[in-house]
Design a protein around this ligand. Sequence first.
Ligand code: HEC
Length: 252
Amino acid sequence: MKKRLFHSFTLLLAFFLTACSNNDNESLETSQQSQEDTSQQNQEYAEIGSGAHLVKFPDDLKEGIVFATYDRGDIHENIYVNSREAIEAVQNGEELPNGTVITLEGFRDGELEHYLVMEKRTGWGSQYSPEERTGEWEFQAFTPDEEVMEDGIGGPAIGRCYTCHANQERDQFMNSMEQMKEFDLGEISQSKNESIETAIEDIPADHWNVSEISAGLIDSKNKKESNLIEGQEKVDIIQDILLKMYLQQFKS
Ligand code: HEC
């Protein structure tokens, strides 16, 4: 009798043990499974900033519109947008259009330090997780030589641009949205100034005479001739006056 009881006890114990170890296997399997699930999810999303290389230096930068400037201690920043349409969209309460490029030209102590560029393209950013992505914007930092910045705020640190600008979701990921909304498009854009400057430079200055007249010389006819200005100085003065006359017609 005692022997049988012992037998059934060991049988029961063995049964329990196998049951337990089965359980262990099962829980191990499920934990392995869930680990695979999360790693699969991570693989689906690209590391934030991995699309930065898509942003090229905007060669047409100086044809853009400076819609905002910042001055903070020894820092000066010009903020450019590449199209008038972008400003119009914002002022009409619409989304910034596909192809919008915004560039921050940063100076320290009057010296160009970097260019920070953000560019928006339909479909960009879709590889990032919804929590991390900054809409359809990609960011890139460039040196004063217009080369991709490999260190400092660029290179491996580029993800910070996205993280910081993600806080501005309500303003289409921009910080200077207010300035863009308030920008007066009636002002002549920089591009217009630049093209007129080159046009004025092409006007020949040979047949112009420029002479210096100071208050004391006005009534002295003889001295007028002897104060003729020649060479590059003469050309510069003529171009400057023509540009001022051109700009004046927009002001009045
Ligand atoms: C610490 C937060 C922060 C980080 C990091 C950051 N920015 Fe900005 N960014 C700003 C702020 C704030 C402004 C507004 C200008 C200012 O205050 O100097 C700005 C302005 C800009 C602008 C002009 C458009 C706008 O949003 O007003 C561009 C373009 C820009 N940043 C690109 C970049 C790039 C590229 C990087 C990474 C190399 C970067 N930013 C990193 C906060 C940040």
